[in-house]
Design a protein around this ligand. Structure first.
Ligand SMILES: [Zn+2]
Length: 836
C-alpha cells in the first residue's frame, strides 16, 4: 500500500497534477519524429517471429497464473490474483475466450486496461510531486495477458539487446555491471591517463517513451504485424485514474509512456534503450568517443564506453571536449528518436585522475561535477573494498538493530531469533561482490557474540560456547547462525563457477583481458599487483579452496588436461600413476591431444606417448591405466564443463559450498532431541549449551579461573558438574525416576546429557513421542532454575514440590501444543502410562 498522503496539502496539487499529467506526462507533444534508418539493429528470425504469434494455449496461461502472487494490490476490477487461483475452473473458459478474441482481433474491451496510478514516495517527507513515483495497478486479466506476452518476448530479447545492457533477463545480472565498472575504473586509474565517468539520469524514463518510436523499432527488429498490433493494443488503450489515499481522482488517457507495474513495460523499455546503446556504439566505431581500456598496455583488450542497466546509464570516455560534444549529440539524437531526455540536474560527470578543464567539460553537458568514490546501482564505485567507509553503514545497521535495551528483555532463545533475522537482512548483494575485510568481519561477530551471551560495556558475560561452534549448522551441533566470512566466501564462489561457464559474457571477457586466462580457461592467472578498486583479485584468491570441490566433465577435451585435472573419479591421473606420469612425453597435454582418429576409422582412440619404453615392473601400472581409461573415451560432441561435486546434479550452489567451508562436522551431536521437540526456544538454547557441556556450573566456572568451592547445592554432597546436576545428583535422579515411573518405563541413565538426548528422542516412535520428547527439556530446565534459586536466593523447594512442578510444566507444555486434553494433573499423569 502506498503511504498515506496528507490530503490537505496534496489535493490541490494532485488535481493539478493529474491535469498536468493528462496533458504533459503521458501526452505526446512532438509530431513527426525522425526515424532511425541509419542505425543497424539485430533482427529476430522467421521462426521466432512465428512462435511469438502462435495461438495462446491453456497451459501457457495457467502456468503464468500460477507464477503470479495472489496478494498483490488489485487493479480497478478489485479481483486479486488469488481469486483467479481459487476459481480457475469456473473462469477458465471466459479467460481463454478473451485470449482467443485478442489473438484474432488484436483488441480487447478498453475497460480491462484501466489502471490506478498510485504514488509511491521516493524519500522521507516527500512533499513535491516530483518526489513520488507513479506505479500503475493494472487489472488482473490484463496483467495475465501482459505476462503471457512478456514471457514470449523474453525468449527472443537476449539476442536483441546489447551485451553492455544488463538487466534482469537471461544470465545478465546487476552485479555484472558493478564488477565491470569497478574493473574498468581500476584499469584507468592505474594507467594514469585522465578520463571521465558520466552518470546519466533519464527523466521520467518510463513515462516519456514515444510510442511511434517503439512501434517503428519493433518493425526494424523484425517483429510481425500481428505482434506489433498486440503491443499497440496493450500500450495504447490505457486509461488512468490517480489513487489518492484510497480514492480516485480524475480519469485520462495517454499518448506516450510505459506503465511501471505492467510486466511488458520493462522489456519494451529495454528495446528502447537499445537505441542509446546502438548510438553510442556507432559513435565509438567512428572514433568519436573512446571508452576505458582494459588489458595489458598496447594489447587489444576490451574497451568499455557505456553500461546500461534498465534506465541506469554510465559512460566512460577521455577527458576531451570533442568526446563530450559527441556524447551530447548522441543524447540529443536519442531524445529526438525516442522522447527520452537526460535530466542534467541529476546527472554528473566525475573526473578520473588529473583533469584540468573540468568546469569547461561539465558545462558542455550542463551537469554537475562529482568525485570518486561514487555510487553506481547502489554499490560503491571507485573505492577499495577494504576502505572502512563502505562497510560502516552495514556495521551501524547491525548495531542499531541489536542495540542495548532489547537484550535486557529477551531470553537467549529470543536473542538468537533476533540475531538470525538481523543477519538475514544483511545486504547479500553486497557480500556477493565485495570481500569482507577481516577486521570488519571480526567486528560484526563481536556485536553478535556480545548480544547473544548478554555482554555489554558495563558487564561482561562469558561466551559459553566457542563462536565457531555457534556458527555451525544445527545438524552439526551449532545454533545455525551464519558465519559472515564463510557466507561471503560461498557467495563469491558463484563468480568462480560462472567464470568457467560463461565463456562469451562481457564481464568475463573484461576479467580475462585484464588478468589473463589460466590453464584451460577455468580461472584467471594469479595476480600480485595491488589494486585500487578492482574486485577480481580478491575473488580469485578463493580459487584454491573452491577448486577442491570441482571435477571435470570431458566433452571435446580441449580444456581439460589428461594428467593434471580431475576427470576420472576423485583423483587425477598424476597422483594415481606417478610412475607413469614421470615418463609421459607431454606432462600438461590436453585430453584432445592424446586422442587421435586412426586411418580409415571414425572414432577416437587413446594415443598416449611416453619418452621411454616401460620396464617390466611398470607394466602392471600401465595396463591398469589403459583399463581405466579404455571405456572413457570422450565422444567429443559437447564442450568441456565443470561439475560441482557437492551437489547431486553437479551444479554449483552457495548453500552446499557454505556447508563445505563450515565443514567441522560433528554428526554425533543430538541436534534432533534439542531442536525438534516443541519446547520453548530459551529452553532449547539451554539444552544445546548443556549438551556441549558448557552451562556455567561450578566446575566450568573454576576452569575459567574463579576461585570457588565446588559443592552441589541440591544434594549438598558431591561436586557440581553439568552431568551431575542434570542427571546423576540424587535430587535430580529422583525427579527422573518419578517421571519415568509415570510412563511405566525402566531406564538406565546414560553418562552425559548429550548421550541422554541422543537416545531419548522418539523413543515411543514417531506417533507417540510428542509428550515424551518434551521431558528432558522440562526436567533439566526445572532443575537449572531451582539450582539458581538455591545458589543465589537461598530459597529451597522440597523434593515433592519439585516433582509436582515438573509434572505441571509438562502438562502445560503439552496442552499448549494440543498433545493432551487432560485438565487435571492426576488425570494427565495416569494418561502417560497408556502411551507405552
Ligand atoms: Zn548434587
Amino acid at each position: 500500500m502506498p503511504r498515506q498522503v496528507n490530503r490537505q496539502i496534496f489535493c490541490p496539487r494532485l488535481v493539478m497534477w493529474s491535469g498536468a499529467a493528462s496533458v504533459g506526462l503521458y501526452k505526446e507533444t512532438e509530431v513527426g519524429r525522425p526515424t532511425m534508418d541509419g542505425l543497424n539493429f539485430a533482427c529476430i528470425e522467421e521462426d521466432e517471429r512465428l512462435s511469438l504469434e502462435k495461438e495462446f494455449t491453456k497451459e501457457e496461461v495457467f502456468q503464468v497464473l500460477m507464477e503470479m502472487e495472489g496478494d498483490k494490490a488489485p487493479g480497478p476490477n478489485g479481483f486479486t490474483m488469488a481469486f483467479f487461483h481459487k476459481c480457475w475452473s469456473v473462469v477458465e473458459k471466459d479467460v481463454m475466450d478473451f485470449f482467443v478474441f485478442f489473438h484474432r482481433h488484436s483488441v480487447f474491451e478498453r475497460s480491462l486496461n484501466t489502471s490506478f496510478l498510485t504514488l509511491i514516495p521516493k524519500k522521507c517527507n516527500a512533499v513535491n510531486i516530483k518526489d513520488f513515483r507513479p506505479i500503475s495497478l493494472v487489472g488482473s486479466v490484463y496483467k495475465l495477458l501482459s505476462k503471457v506476452l512478456a514471457n514470449r518476448l523474453r525468449v527472443v530479447l537476449d539476442k536483441l539487446i546489447s551485451e553492455t545492457q544488463n538487466s534482469f533477463i537471461g544470465g545478465r545480472q546487476i552485479l555484472d555491471s558493478v564488477l565491470i565498472a569497478n574493473e574498468c575504473l581500476d584499469s584507468r586509474l592505474n594507467s594514469r591517463i585522465p578520463g571521465l565517468v558520466c552518470k546519466l539520469d533519464i527523466e521520467k524514463a518510463f513515462d516519456h517513451v514515444n510510442w511511434e518510436a517503439l512501434f517503428y523499432l519493433l518493425g526494424r527488429m523484425g517483429f510481425g504485424l500481428k505482434w506489433r498490433g498486440w503491443i499497440k493494443a496493450c500500450v495504447a488503450s490505457v486509461r488512468f485514474s490517480v489513487l489518492v489515499n484510497g480514492s480516485l481522482e480524475g480519469f485520462f488517457g495517454s499518448s506516450r509512456g510505459l506503465r511501471q507495474g505492467d510486466p511488458l513495460s520493462l522489456l519494451l523499455f529495454l528495446l528502447i534503450m537499445k537505441v542509446l546503446s546502438r548510438l553510442l556504439k556507432r559513435t565509438e566505431e567512428c572514433n568519436l568517443i573512446r571508452g576505458f581500456h582494459v588489458g595489458a598496455v598496447n594489447s587489444v583488450g576490451v574497451h568499455i564506453s557505456h553500461l546500461l542497466f534498465a534506465d541506469d546509464t554510465i559512460l566512460f570516455c577521455d577527458a576531451s571536449r570533442e568526446q563530450l560534444l559527441s556524447i551530447k549529440l548522441v543524447l540529443s539524437c536519442f531524445q529526438v528518436f525516442t522522447g527520452l531526455k537526460v535530466n542534467v540536474g541529476k546527472s554528473e560527470i566525475v573526473p578520473v585522475g588529473e583533469v584540468n578543464n573540468l568546469e569547461v567539460l561539465a558545462n558542455i553537458l550542463h551537469c554537475r561535477v562529482g568525485k570518486l568514490p561514487m555510487k553506481y546501482l547502489g554499490m560503491p564505485l571507485g573505492t577499495s573494498f577494504k576502505s572502512a567507509s563502505i562497510w560502516n553503514p552495514i556495521l551501524e545497521k547491525m548495531e542499531k538493530k541489536l542495540s542495548g535495551w532489547k537484550r535486557l528483555y529477551l531470553s537467549k532463545g529470543g536473542r538468537l531469533m533476533l540475531i538470525k533475522s538481523t543477519l538475514s537482512s544483511l545486504p547479500t548483494y553486497f557480500l556477493s561482490l565485495f570481500t569482507i575485510p577481516k577486521a570488519v568481519a571480526a567486528r560484526l561477530e563481536r556485536i553478535q557474540r556480545n548480544f547473544l551471551w548478554g555482554s555489554s560495556e558495563g558487564s561482561f558475560k562469558y561466551p559459553l560456547v566457542a563462536w565457531e561452534n555457534v556458527c555451525l549448522p544445527i545438524e552439526m551441533g551449532g545454533l545455525g547462525l551464519r558465519s559472515v566470512v564463510a557466507f561471503n566466501k560461498a557467495l563469491l564462489g558463484k563468480w568462480l563457477w560462472r567464470y568457467g561457464h560463461e565463456v562469451s559474457h562481457l564481464w568475463r571477457r573484461v576479467i580475462s583481458a585484464k588478468y589473463g586466462e589460466g590453464q584451460g580457461g577455468w580461472c584467471t592467472k594469479v595476480c600480485r599487483r595491488t589494486h585500487r578498486c578492482g574486485l577480481w583479485r580478491s575473488i580469485n584468491d578463493g580459487w584454491e579452496n573452491f577448486s577442491k570441490h570441482l571435477s571435470f566433465v570431458v566433452g571435446e577435451g580441449t580444456r581439460i588436461r589428461f594428467w593434471l585435472d580431475r576427470w576420472i573419479g576423485d583423483n587425477n591421473l598424476k597422483n594415481l600413476y606417478p610412475e607413469l606420469y614421470v615418463c609421459s612425453a607431454v606432462k600438461d597435454a590436453y585430453i584432445s591431444e592424446v586422442l587421435w582418429i586412426p586411418e580409415g576409422g571414425t572414432a577416437r582412440v587413446w594415443n598416449l606417448r611416453f619418452y621411454r619404453a616401460f620396464e617390466d615392473w611398470e607394466l602392471a601400472a600401465y595396463y591398469s591405466l589403459l583399463q581405466l581409461i579404455q571405456t572413457r573415451i570422450p565422444r567429443g560432441e559437447r564442450r568441456d564443463t565443470l561439475c560441482w561435486r557437492l551437489k547431486g546434479d553437479g551444479n554449483f550452489d552457495t548453500r552446499s559450498y557454505y556447508l563445505a567451508i563450515q565443514s567441522a562436522a560433528n554428526s554425533l551431536f543430538p541436534w534432533k532431541g534439542i531442536w525438534k521437540p516443541k519446547i520453548p526456544k530459551r529452553v532449547a538454547v539451554f539444552l544445546w549449551t548443556a549438551a556441549h557441556g558448557r552451562i556455567l556450573t561450578l566446575d566450568n566456572l573454576m576452569i575459567k579461573g574463579r576461585p570457588l568451592a565446588n559443592w552441589c547445592c541440591m544434594c549438598c554432597r558431591d561436586g557440581e558438574s553439568v552431568d551431575h546436576l542434570l542427571l546423576h545428583c540424587p535430587v535430580t535422579h529422583s525427579l527422573w525416576s518419578s517421571m519415568l515411573q509415570a510412563f511405566g518405563i525402566l531406564w538406565v541413565m546414560p553418562g552425559s546429557v548429550a548421550g541422554l538426548l541422543s537416545c531419548w528422542y522418539q523413543w515411543f516412535g514417531k506417533l507417540n513421542s510428542d509428550i515424551w520428547n518434551l521431558v528432558p527439556g522440562c526436567l533439566m530446565w526445572i532443575v537449572w532454575l531451582e539450582r539458581n534459586r538455591c545458589s543465589f536466593e537461598d530459597k529451597e523447594k522440597t523434593l515433592d514440590e519439585l516433582k509436582i512442578l515438573s509434572h505441571r510444566s509438562l502438562l502445560e507444555w503439552s496442552r499448549c501444543w494440543g498433545f493432551t486434553d487432560c485438565s487435571s494433573l492426576s488425570e494427565f499423569m495416569s494418561s502417560l502410562s497408556l502411551i507405552a
